[in-house]
Design a protein around this ligand. Structure first.
Ligand code: NAD
Ligand code: WQD
Length: 338
């Protein structure tokens, strides 16, 4: 089976390429490297001892995509390529709609031209919106409250609609990720954000290696276990394995659209994550309590039982493994892939 992985050089994509190659699948990556480095793919090959095909290409380039499909027999697509920063998305909404929504339309059109109708899409828990009760379950009403979340919601609608046309052959798996952290246990690949990280785990890791001085904990007065925000952290390798299962499931002959939460099903607070990281690394993380960050929710976590029942997948790796693997990656590569 040959899988086209858009955004395969990115954080989740690179870990997924490892798992696909180790599962014996052929991998073709399309990435324009706007938020990643080719070195990540070289390291994927080093970890697995297997080669993959790399195409330096923007998914909005239909002609380029046609050449990729014409020169490789692609059975399914895992579609990671997109912009993902919530704050940035409200500053540059058109760029987000163009990249995430128009990019997906271009990809799906070219797929259909080449009679490739199987796609696994990176959606997000963000689509549930601020009023959803926890745990989030796939049948809840959605209502994202930021531009990034709306791009994910629109793509979900577009792919679901493609499944709804008469005699549609589309087989779609919409995966709603919770908070991916961690790194491959080799310490060779991991999250390598540009500039100052927006997300908690890479921020903590950069404080630990001395790149940043101190963590700002955004709010300590939420109605949670210790007042700090609670999230469902999932090890990126577990998440990658979820994609292998989703793509295998598409190998069955039933067309249609399925939605799965990929989370661990339990939450940890900001201070619990800090403490776990300190224990794994032996380094004290200085932090200050700062005002709440606009748009943040107190607490959310997944009901991931549907993925367990239908994909035969569940998150296995503990918070201790998540922080230990993050630390191995960051301490081996204090400057990321550079
Ligand atoms: P990432 O930025 O590390 O990876 C995205 C990759 O896509 C990068 O390699 C980037 O260069 C590439 N890319 C972006 N636009 C492209 C385009 N137009 N053409 C070709 N390549 C392009 O992000 P990630 O954390 O690996 O996330 C992967 C996907 O999962 C994204 O769609 C993201 O929105 C989604 N997601 C991420 C998280 C998270 O917390 N990391 C959570 C939920 C969903
Ligand atoms: C986690 C917790 C913060 C940074 C985001 C996106 C979401 C998804 C995953 C793509 C919160 C607190 C954070 C810091 C802090 N991405 N925090 N200090 O906001 O749950 O989710 O990434 O789909 O769409 O919104 O993740 O890691 O930013 O925050 O105290 O410097 O850590 O307030 O409680 P979030 P996060």
């Amino acid at each position: 089976m040959a899988v086209l992985v858009t955004g395969g050089a990115g954080y989740i994509g690179s870990h997924t390429c490892v798992e696909l190659l180790e599962a014996g699948m052929d991998v073709v990556v399309v990435d324009n490297f706007c938020n990643s480095k080719p070195e990540a793919l070289r390291r994927v090959e080093e970890i697995t001892g297997k080669a993959l095909v790399t195409c330096d290409l923007d998914i909005r380039d239909r002609e380029g995509l046609r050449k990729v499909f014409a020169s490789h027999q692609i059975d399914a697509v895992i579609h990671f390529a997109g912009l993902k920063a919530v704050g940035e998305s409200s500053q540059m909404p058109l760029a987000y709609y163009d990249n995430n929504v128009s990019g997906t339309v271009a990809l799906a059109e070219v797929m259909a031209e080449f009679a490739c109708f199987k796609i696994v899409f990176s959606s997000s828990a963000t689509v549930y919106g601020p009023d959803a009760p926890v745990p989030y379950i796939e049948t809840l009403a959605t209502g994202p409250c930021n531009v990034y979340g709306r791009t994910k919601h629109m793509v979900e609608d577009i792919l679901r609609d493609a499944c709804g046309i008469p005699e549609s052959q589309w087989q779609v798996s919409l995966l709603r990720y919770f908070n991916p952290i961690g790194a491959h246990e080799s310490g060779k690949i991991g999250e390598d954000p540009q500039g100052i990280p927006n997300n908690l785990m890479p921020y903590i890791a950069q404080v630990a290696v001395g790149k940043l001085k101190s963590l700002n904990v955004f709010g300590d007065d939420y109605p949670t276990v210790d007042g700090t925000g609670v999230r469902d952290y999932i090890h990126v390798v577990d998440l990658a394995k979820g994609h292998v299962q989703a793509v295998r499931k598409l190998d069955k002959p039933d067309p249609g659209c399925n939605i799965y939460n990929l989370g661990a099903g339990r939450g940890y607070s900001v201070l619990e994550v800090v403490k776990a990281f300190e224990q794994a690394s032996g380094i004290t993380i200085p932090y200050e309590i700062a005002p709440r960050r606009a748009g943040d929710l107190a607490e959310f976590y997944a009901d991931a039982s549907l993925a367990k029942d239908e994909l035969d997948w569940e998150a296995e790796l503990t918070i201790e493994r998540m922080v230990a693997d993050t630390w191995r990656w960051q301490s081996n590569n204090p400057k990321g892939y550079e």
